[in-house]
Design a protein around this ligand. Structure first.
Ligand code: XMP
Length: 312
């Protein structure tokens, strides 16, 4: 049976009204299509009783938090921008292990930053954009997606003081995009390439610091600008922990390494590297190595499996 976005929207709006009742629910936007769809569903279902937040966790892309607030303002939906950069950077200080990084982000987000917003708003429900693929991969032990709680045996009411509602948990990305269009979300959101919950922290191997975020953010902007017309499923830049010897202005330089990844996929469960034109790769490379401190740019050919899409 084919998927009917309009009936899905109606069902979810009714179910949100029923579940939240007279209470208040809250949603955190990440910039991705999943949480954006939740924002509009929640707004339709609950109006003023639905609070949308955008947490600036210091890990977002260039100008992203402000842009999201603007897009929703144009749709008549108010988004509160919460500056939590300091909290996240201090929780991530000195943490290099990938799982520990994800745990630090989960805990800072749900317990510290969000816990406070929820208490202040008197919200008893968190509406969350978890999709089916997130659940499957977490349950299979492939990766701890930062937004999976109950499937990991964590009870959010006990751990954090609120209940989680996941309206998209039966959908994959392609259906979420259909719902996004049906809800009238603009192309820049509905067609937005996937971006992980742990944001740029998933693209820094080793410690996340402001300086390292700055480098990966610049590289991400270059890659997104160069590949936005490629039609690829996803494209990204990763900063490695290793350095490599290079030469600049006739001086030896031990510089940073950026990996560019561009993939073809249907739903991110499997992926192959895009066969990008050589000229495009050269153009990306020359821009990436003009970022101060970066002297090498590599293109990743590895399919998933055995690689994953992100590096952390
Ligand atoms: P991996 O790296 O697991 O990524 O092959 C598969 C897809 O999921 C995205 N991704 C995430 N999305 N929270 C999310 O919402 C996460 O923790 C997360 N980790 C990976 C990734 O960008 C890719 O599209």
């Amino acid at each position: 049976m084919s998927f009917e976005p309009k009936s899905f929207i109606q069902e979810q709006v009714e179910s949100l009204r029923h579940e939240v009742g007279e209470g208040v629910a809250i949603n955190a936007l990440s910039g991705g299509v999943d949480s954006a769809v939740c924002a509009v569903l929640g707004h339709r279902a609950l109006g003023e009783k639905f609070i949308n937040c955008m947490v600036d966790n210091a890990l977002m892309r260039e100008g992203e938090p402000q842009r999201i607030v603007e897009v929703f303002k144009d749709m008549g939906i108010v988004v509160r921008l919460i500056d939590a950069r300091r909290e996240f950077l201090s929780a991530l200080g000195g943490v290099g292990d990938p799982e520990e990084k994800r745990k630090a982000i989960t805990s800072t987000f749900y317990k510290d930053v969000f816990g406070k917003c929820v208490r202040e708003a008197g919200a008893k429900y968190l509406v969350h954009g978890t999709i089916l693929t997130d659940i499957e991969e977490t349950v299979a032990g492939i990766k701890r997606q930062h937004n999976i709680l109950s499937q990991l045996g964590i009870d959010p009411s006990e751990a954090y003081g609120y209940r989680v509602i996941e309206p998209l948990k039966t959908l994959r990305k392609d259906s979420v995009r259909e719902v996004a269009f049906a809800l009238g979300l603009p192309d820049e959101i509905a067609r937005r390439i996937p971006f992980p919950g742990p944001a740029l922290a998933a693209r820094i191997v080793g410690e996340v610091t402001e300086d390292r975020l700055d480098i990966v953010r610049k590289a991400t902007a270059i890659v997104e600008d160069e590949l936005s017309g490629s039609g690829a499923f996803q494209y990204l830049a990763v900063l490695l922990e290793d350095c490599a010897t290079g030469i600049r202005d006739n001086k030896r330089e031990f510089g940073k390494i950026i990996v560019v990844r561009c993939i073809e996929s249907v739903d991110a469960r499997e992926a192959t590297a895009s066969r990008l034109p050589w000229d495009k790769l050269e153009s990306i490379c020359s821009k990436i190595v003009s970022i101060p401190g970066v002297n090498r740019c590599l293109y990743d050919l590895t399919p998933k499996p055995p690689a994953t899409v992100e590096y952390v």
